[in-house]
Design a protein around this ligand. Structure first.
Ligand code: MG
Length: 230
C-alpha cells in the first residue's frame, strides 16, 4: 500500500550540471531581449526558471510587460539550446542517487516524483542524460508557477490522478539542497530531507531546521528510514 510521496529536487540534489547551464540562459536572453541582464552573476540556487527570467532582467530598461510578451520565446530558446548543447559529460550524479532511486523503484509503498525549479523539458533532459528519467512518472516544474511553494499542491494533484491517493502532511517528503526546499516543505507541513550536496553548507541548512539533514544521499538505508519515519 502506498504510504509516502517522495518529491526530489533536481539541481544540487540528484545531480549537478556544469557551468554550461548559465551560458545557455545568457545566450537565450541575448537572442530574445538583446541583453543578459544580471544572468552572469545571479544566484540560481533553489529558484524557479520562470522567476529567474524576470529577476535577471529586472535591472534592465525592460518593463515587466515587455518581458511577459517574450517570456515564451526566451523559454523555448533556452530549452532548445539546453537540449542541443548539454551532453552527458556535463552532468554529475550525486553520491548514492542511482542506488536510492533503484531501491525506491522496487518498493510499492513509496512513490517518487520531481519537484523542481526547472522547466519540464530541460529538467527531463537533465534526468535523461545520466539515465534516471524513467524513475519519475510525474513531477511539478517551473511551467507550473513562479514560486516553489506553489509546486507541492501541483505534485499532490498529479500523484492523485496517477494513484487515486491524496497525500498530505508528512506523508509528503521533499528532498532538496537549499533553504528554499525546506521552506517549501514547511509551507505544506511536509517532511523535509535536506542534503548538503548543493551550494548550501550542512550548517546553513541545519540553521533552517529541516526534518532530517544528510551530508549526501549515499546511505540508502538511512534515507529510506527517514522517509518512513519523519
Ligand atoms: Mg536544488
Amino acid at each position: 500500500m502506498l504510504k509516502k510521496l517522495v518529491l526530489f529536487d533536481i539541481d544540487g540534489t540528484l545531480l549537478k550540471v556544469g557551468c554550461i547551464n548559465r551560458q545557455i540562459l545568457i545566450d537565450a536572453l541575448k537572442e530574445i531581449f538583446g541583453t543578459e541582464g544580471s544572468a552572469g552573476s545571479h544566484d540560481f540556487s533553489g529558484k524557479m526558471d520562470s522567476a529567474i527570467i524576470y529577476d535577471v532582467l529586472s535591472g534592465t530598461d525592460l518593463e515587466r510587460y515587455q518581458i511577459a510578451e517574450k517570456f515564451d520565446a526566451v523559454k523555448q530558446s533556452y530549452i532548445r539550446r539546453f537540449r542541443a548543447e548539454t551532453r552527458a559529460s556535463d552532468i554529475t550524479l550525486m553520491a548514492g542517487v542511482r542506488e536510492l532511486l533503484e531501491t525506491l523503484a522496487h518498493r510499492t509503498d513509496l512513490l517518487p516524483g520531481i519537484l523542481t525549479g526547472n522547466f519540464e523539458a530541460s529538467g527531463r533532459h537533465k534526468l535523461k542524460l545520466p539515465g534516471i528519467d524513467h524513475y519519475f512518472s510525474f513531477g511539478a516544474f517551473a511551467d507550473d508557477g513562479f514560486h516553489r511553494n506553489e509546486l507541492p499542491t501541483v505534485a499532490v494533484e498529479r500523484a492523485f490522478n496517477l494513484t487515486g491517493k491524496k497525500f498530505s502532511g508528512n506523508d509528503i517528503v521533499i528532498i532538496g539542497d537549499t533553504v528554499h526546499d525546506i521552506t517549501c516543505a514547511k509551507s505544506v507541513n511536509a517532511h523535509c530531507i535536506a542534503v548538503a550536496t548543493g551550494n548550501f553548507s550542512f550548517d546553513e541548512l541545519r540553521k533552517n531546521h529541516p526534518g532530517t539533514l544528510f551530508e549526501n544521499l549515499s546511505r540508502t538505508g538511512n534515507v529510506i528510514h527517514s522517509i518512513l519515519n519523519p
